[in-house]
Design a protein around this ligand. Sequence first.
Ligand code: PMP
Length: 401
Amino acid sequence: VSRFEGISVAPPDPILGVSEAYKADTNEKKLNLGVGAYRTEELQPYVLNVVKKAENLMLERGENKEYLPIEGLAAFNKVTAELLFGADNPILKEQRVATVQSLSGTGSLRLAAALIERYFPGARVLISSPTWGNHKNIFNDARVPWSEYRYYDPKTVGLDFEGMIADIKAAPEGSFILLHGCAHNPTGIDPTPQQWEKIADVIQEKNHIPFFDVAYQGFASGSLDEDASSVRLFAARGMELLVAQSYSKNLGLYAERIGAINVVCLTADAAARVKSQLKRLARPMYSNPPVHGARIVANVVGSPDLFNEWKEEMEMMAGRIKTVRQKLYDSLTSKGNSGKDWSFILKQIGMFSYTGLNKAQSENMTNKWHVYMTKDGRISLAGLSSAKCEYLADAIIDSYY
Ligand code: PMP
């Protein structure tokens, strides 16, 4: 009998499992709105031109495949912090930021969770309800206690701002508050600039530590600076904070696993100590990060020409998503039955739309209409084309009523 007899089959991942089910469906109308990956209008994966150019440069230079240091590629770490905080942010000159390249957004969050577990025993992380499903897995596996703060209001399909503030206020002093820097996943609902100020007030009052997850910089508004404004607002207040970054979406580097964890500290001395401990945590987990994606980012962000071209491509991607968002709204509204107000779809930003469909309705979308999506009612607009908006609107209306 197998020594592994006691191991039962794990349930499929609620997000990545959707793609597996999609692949198995033979219906030609099928639509994959599960995973948040950008597709062209022809619904094909997209490799950015600037990425191809950067890769050509790398080949021409004949770069080697030696190990990176534990903290990653120096040129990457420099530009990633600059992209996030703004190149002229005094916290960079003051060397108050510990930046460590890690395994995309997920790996960066996991490394930060390990830091919290080791140096803030018993501290809890507050996550939004709902949030990206993997947040709970990450903190569970790192043995960091977490609880939720209110975020989504089903009545308005909008932000429950009062609830959010009340729950952050009620959390034990010194908690970590996980915030989505922009384009909240799964709801697509972000606080307004005024609301961000209020959130920062409460976090400061309670001596909490803000912990940003920035997986969509540039993808929400199309502007890298605008999408970083929440993080910069907190940094400008002189607060200490954590920021996990990902280049999966904005540079389309999903499989390259490129991102970083940034810890903003009060002093350069504290930042140096934090960085040394992040390296110590990374070493037994994965030793050192992969070089390919780091070089791509360093080349794109570090070269004015490629950087400008990247911004144009990002605007194009964000623009396509905005176009299908509008088109889906128009299709839903023109069907017109029952006079339901669909305007919440236009208020949401980023790759996702939270449709308000419940579990049974989401299952109807898949089982009857071959529209693959997560059971929480989230659809990825990045996987939708203009041509499929009518079909999707029919499916949504059928599932709602
Ligand atoms: N955080 C959020 C909110 C996300 O949506 C994602 C991607 N789905 C990530 C982090 C991390 O993705 P990755 O590990 O590919 O960078």
